[in-house]
Design a protein around this ligand. Structure first.
Ligand SMILES: *Cc1c(COP(=O)(O)O)cnc(C)c1O
Length: 405
């Protein structure tokens, strides 16, 4: 047995099988590259589902984390600490908002946004007790808690986890008429991904997000944008909503906010909305910890320069041009996405998404399949153009395009 085989067998024997990972065991990583326990190198075109937008082992982030590790890592919110104020001020400023509610994982931030919207509904909008409704979209992915999976439309995410949390209306993604019809005076929020990541990088029809913005404003409903995967540079802007000139009432952030080092998430909104909370009504032991704030502050500083966003826009254009050429060959039926983010539908004749992912792995490229026939490409935003081109050459090779790497 190789080291890879024995480590995978051991992991399978002693971990719940909630994932079906590719058979690679990573031992170290740097930038856009990972090295496995056998010393083989792989180009990372997944970037931890966008948690690694700034790459593996980013020096600025590692130094910020190290310095904070030596000072103080956790105080709990029972006390103030000296990184908290700057984190909240600067994150709010980056979002053009006023207040921050810090949490850890994305799912926790979504849960917190649901609680925020309901409390705002009762305390500000005047919705009768227990009547608050939140409109969500089909094909959504917002996390794995019991409440969140209650409004998932993915059977495997829901099966045998009931009873489900009530209070959600599901409408087709991209369908404004259905959304308008689903709204009542008890609707407190619309919760949407501006681009649906897990669904296969689904970009809504042009004009949809501005229409949602207008409708929610008209009806005094909060527009909650889950930018956990789409935000913080991935699409070539700080937020995917910006492509449509939309400013939501609430941003939900996570993934890249923790720099790939610690889980850091947040709900960011106005003082009217996040001001609804009183002490004791919500909380988290690790949320807003000194270590989390130190890393996130460095992430925010990098985003403020706009460099990552510009790079994602520029390389993203290149990526989509190259992928577009593949659709011309018939191997790829469709490509969607924005910036350094693409969902690539493989023609079934050339293998399932999983098969293509495994063949790419054999050629030293790591991607993740989704929904049977789709592979998702989301490299760290710091990837070198030559590396991206090399990865794309491997994809052409796997799909049997003439003259490919
Ligand atoms: C990943 C993701 C989440 C959940 O984040 P976790 O950190 O895995 O809990 C929520 N919403 C979106 C859009 C995501 O991509």
């Amino acid at each position: 047995m190789t080291a890879t085989e024995s480590l995978i067998a051991e992991a399978e024997a002693h971990s719940a099988h909630t994932y079906h990972p590719l058979p690679v065991v990573v031992a170290s990583a740097d930038g856009a590259w990972m090295t496995d326990v056998e010393g083989r190198r792989y180009l990372d075109l997944l970037a931890g589902y966008s948690a690694l937008n700034f790459g593996h082992g980013n020096r600025r982030l590692i130094e910020a984390a190290k310095a904070q590790l030596e000072r103080v890592t956790l105080t709990s919110r029972a006390f103030h600490h000296d990184r908290f104020a700057a984190f909240c001020t600067q994150l709010a400023e980056l979002c053009g908002m006023e207040m921050v509610l810090p949490m850890n994982t994305g799912a926790e931030a979504v849960e917190s946004a649901v609680k925020t919207a309901r409390k705002w509904g009762y305390r500000v909008k005047g919705v009768p007790a227990e009547m608050a409704k939140i409109v969500v979209a089909s094909g959504n992915f917002h996390g794995r808690t019991t409440t969140i999976i209650s409004f998932s439309t993915a059977p495997e995410a829901r099966a045998d986890f009931g009873p489900y949390t009530p209070g959600f209306e599901i409408v087709p993604y991209g369908d404004l008429t259905a959304m308008r019809a689903a709204m009542t005076e008890n609707t407190v929020a619309v919760l949407l991904e501006p681009i649906q990541g897990e669904s296969g990088v689904i970009v809504p029809p042009a004009g949809y997000l501005p229409e949602v913005r207008e409708l929610t404003r008209e009806r005094n409903v909060l527009f909650v944008a889950d930018e956990i995967q789409s935000g913080l540079g991935r699409t070539g802007r700080t937020f995917a909503c910006e492509h449509e000139g939309v400013v939501p009432d609430v941003y939900v952030l996570g993934k890249a906010l923790g720099g790939g080092i610690v889980p850091v998430s947040a709900v960011v909104s106005s003082a009217e909305v996040l001001g609804v909370f009183r002490p004791g009504e919500h909380g988290s032991t690790f949320g807003g910890s000194p270590l989390a704030c130190a890393v996130a502050l460095e992430v925010i500083a990098m985003l403020r320069s706009g460099e990552c966003q510009a790079r994602a826009a520029e390389l993203g254009e290149h990526l989509h041009r190259e992928l577009g050429a593949l659709t011309g060959t018939g191997r790829v039926t469709r490509v969607r996405g924005r910036g350094l983010w693409a969902g690539v539908d493989i023609h079934p004749r050339f293998g399932t998404g999983r098969e293509v992912s495994e063949k790419l792995m054999d050629r030293g490229v790591l991607v993740k399949d989704t929904h049977g026939s789709t592979i998702r490409i989301a490299p760290p935003l710091v990837i070198a153009k030559e590396d991206l081109d090399w990865g794309l050459a491997q994809l052409r090779g796997v799909l049997g395009v003439q003259g490919a790497g």
